[in-house]
Design a binder for this molecule. Sequence first.
Ligand code: PLP
Length: 459
Amino acid sequence: LQPPTHNFENDYAELDRRYAFHPFTALADHEKNGPAFVLSHGEGSTLTDTQGRRYIDALAGLWCVNIGYGRAEMGEAMAEQARTLSYAHAFSSMAADKPAMLSARLINMAPVPMSKVFFGNSGSDANDTQVKLAWLYNNALGRVHKKKIIARQRGYHGVTLMTAGMTGLPGLHAGFDLPLPMIRHTTAPRRLWEGHGLSDAEFAASLAADLEALIEAEGADTIAAMIMEPLMGAGGVIAPPEGYYAAIQPILRRHDILLIADEVICGFGRLGQNFGSSVFGMEPDLITIAKGLTSAYFPLSACLVSDKVWQVLAGPAHAKFGAFGHGYTYSSHPIGAAAALANLDIIEREGLVAMAGDTGAYMQAKLRAAFGDHPLVGEVRGQALIAAVEFVKDKAAPLAFDPGLKVAPRVIAAARARGVIGRALPNADTVAFSPPFVISREEIDTVVAAFRDAVDEVM
Ligand code: PLP
C-alpha cells in the first residue's frame, strides 16, 4: 500500500474526500462529492468554514456544545491542567484532584440521591458500562438469568455492540448483526404515530400495558434493566405523554428491573432544568451523562450509581468476583475533569440553565408560528431548547405516511445554503433544533426564517 503522495496544501475538502472515513455518512456519495464544507472556527453559536462562510449552528454540534464555541476560559482550564497534570489513571485506587472534585460536584447536582461516579469517554461507552453494572449487580445477587435489557423503539443510546442494539433505530442495526439477542424494544412514546388519537392518559396507559405485556412474555426473572432517555433526542425529539413515568416506574419496581436514565442529551440544562429526570419525575437507579458535561470541549462521560446498586457492587459482587474488572485508560481523565468543572462554573455563573428555558420557550413559539399550520408539517414538538419539525404527506391523515417522502435532508441542505446548520434525524422525516444555550433571539429568528424559506423551496 502506497502512502499518500499528493500534496493538496490547503485543499482540505479534497484531502477529506480522499482519505477521511466519516461516521453516519453515505460513504460512496462522500467519496464522490466530498464534504459540504470544511469548518475552521467557532464562536458562540456561529461556525466559520475555510471559505470564510458563516453558519448558525442550530444543533450545537450534536446536541452538545451547550455553552457555545470558542470559550477562552475552557481553553485555559484545559491548558492549565495539561501543564500541571496532563494524565492520571484511576485504576487500583489511584486518584487525582480534579476528578475527585468533579465526582463530588456531580453527586451534589444529581436529580435523585446518587452515591458514586464512574467516568468514561463517550455516551456509548457509559451506557455500555451501565449494562455491565446491571449484570454484575444481578450476578452478585445470584439472579443469573436476569440479563435482558429493555429499551424503546426510537431511543438512541450509542453505537457500541450493546448500545447500538439498545438504540431502537433500524439504521444502526442493518448489516451489523444487531441487536444482540438479549435486547428487547418496547413501544415509543410518540404522539404523532403510536399515540395518534389518544389522550395523554390513554396513551400513557397503553404504553404501560405494552411494557407490562413484554415483561410478562419474557419473564421478569430474565430482565435486568430498562434504559430510557427522559426525552428522546436523536429518535425524533419525543417527550413522553403526561403521566408516562408515573405509569411505567411502578411496573419496573414491581419486577425488580433497574431503571437507567440516559441523560446524555437532557443532562445539564437542555430542558431548562439540570436534568430531564427532574422535569419528568424519573427516579433512576443509574444515570448516564456525557455531552453537556463538558459542552464537548473534551470527550467525557459518566455513570452515576445509586446506593442500592453500589452496596451490591462493593459487597456481594466483590465477595464473589473480586476487584471490579472494568475501566478505560481515559476513565477519570484529569483534563476532562478540568473541562467539566470549568464548564459547570460557566453554566452556573451565567445562569445558562434558566437561559435555556427562556430562550427555549421563545424558540418553541417561533417554530410553532412558522410551521404549525403548514400543510405538510405533521407536528412541531419539543420542550425548552430542543425541538423537531416532522414532515408528513398529508397533515389531515399523518398516518398515511409515505416512507419515500424524504423532505428533511433536502430542507437541511437548503437551510445550509442560507447559513444555518441543522440536522435531519435517522429513520424519520424530521429536522431537529437544539442550539447552544447562548443563542440570541435574533439568531433564533434567523434560524426559523432560514428553515421556513428552505421548506418553501423544497416542498
Ligand atoms: N445516549 C444519548 C441519549 C445520545 O444522544 C447519544 C449520542 O447522541 C449517546 C447516548 C451516545 O453518545 P456518544 O455519541 O458520545 O457515544
